[in-house]
Ligand binder design. Sequence first.
Ligand SMILES: Nc1ncnc2c1ncn2[C@@H]1O[C@H](COP(=O)(O)OC(=O)CCCC[C@@H]2CCSS2)[C@@H](O)[C@H]1O
Length: 337
Amino acid sequence: MVSRILLSDSYDPYFNLAVEDCIFRSMSPNQRVLFLWRNQDTVVIGRSQNPWKECNIAKMEQENISLARRQSGGGAVFHDLGNTNFTFMAGKPGYSKEVSTDIVLQGLKSLGIDGYANGRNDLVVGEGDSMRKFSGSAYKETKDRGFHHGTLLLSADLSRLANYLNPDPKKLQSKGISSVRSRVMNLEEVSSDIDHDTVCEAIIDAFCDYYGQTPTIETISPEALPDLPGFVDKFSEQSSWEWNYGKSPQFTHTLDERFKWGGVEVHLDLKNAQIIAAKTFTDSLYPDPIEQLAERLVGVAYRSDAISECLDALINDFPEQTTELQELKYWLVKAVS
Ligand SMILES: Nc1ncnc2c1ncn2[C@@H]1O[C@H](COP(=O)(O)OC(=O)CCCC[C@@H]2CCSS2)[C@@H](O)[C@H]1O
């Protein structure tokens, strides 16, 4: 088997995830690849997750945090430049997540860190009550190949991590995979001079030792893109609302509010983050626009700009109730993010 080592120079999650996917699909099954990368300010969710259930989308939007859906399963994690990611890819039968886990642990050991796999997909340090997770992994396999990718918390902002992964309590009923919340820590607490470069070097050394090969390290950046089949399309898919939000499993959202002019209840059924059915209830003395709203919401995307547009059209058609409908609009638009 031929080994390749790739380092990404880009902090763009959509770029890095597209590179990872294209290399995975196009590599020959007699290759193995180690890819090391990091993302700026991003929450990365699993393939089958609902971002509105797993993250605080409103806070993320306010603070410019990207949302990226990955190709592998599992839960939601926060990335900033204090978090390093590794991906091990190989053809079968060479692919083994036990081996890749061992290589990461060996690399960390050479930096004085005694981590271990805790049986699930986490790497941890400490025992019992002081056990802390510093790495989460996820996997993808096809007939003839597989990849194992994971995070390493080195010096990430843990208060932001907690903020964005703590969703607003909402009346959402959703299928899909839930994240498993853990107590986390940064490896700089164990080994103070650890950073992205030292950890990459240590993992690369452990990889080369294990396989007895020393491939030249290739750097990937948007300016130095290797010839990756399908990259342009993959990058645009990976960056799109339709993939990151739209691929959410089916869900329902029930909302209610009491205004001075009456109570309103809205039930939304969502598929691909589009409203496929809506029901509204009100005890307002002027129920017509609220009843109309249920019809008009069908087909609208579950995003504030689309809901806002729908309400604007309603206000246009019921100008005598502008004040009430503006209040309704403000509330609904806020409720969907
Ligand atoms: N960056 C990071 N690293 C480790 N653990 C984290 C991180 N961010 C959050 N968490 C903790 O993990 C749980 C979620 O754990 P859970 O087990 O549900 O999910 C995972 O671990 C998924 C790992 C995916 C790795 C991919 C590799 C390249 S792109 S992302 C979350 O609630 C926090 O408590």
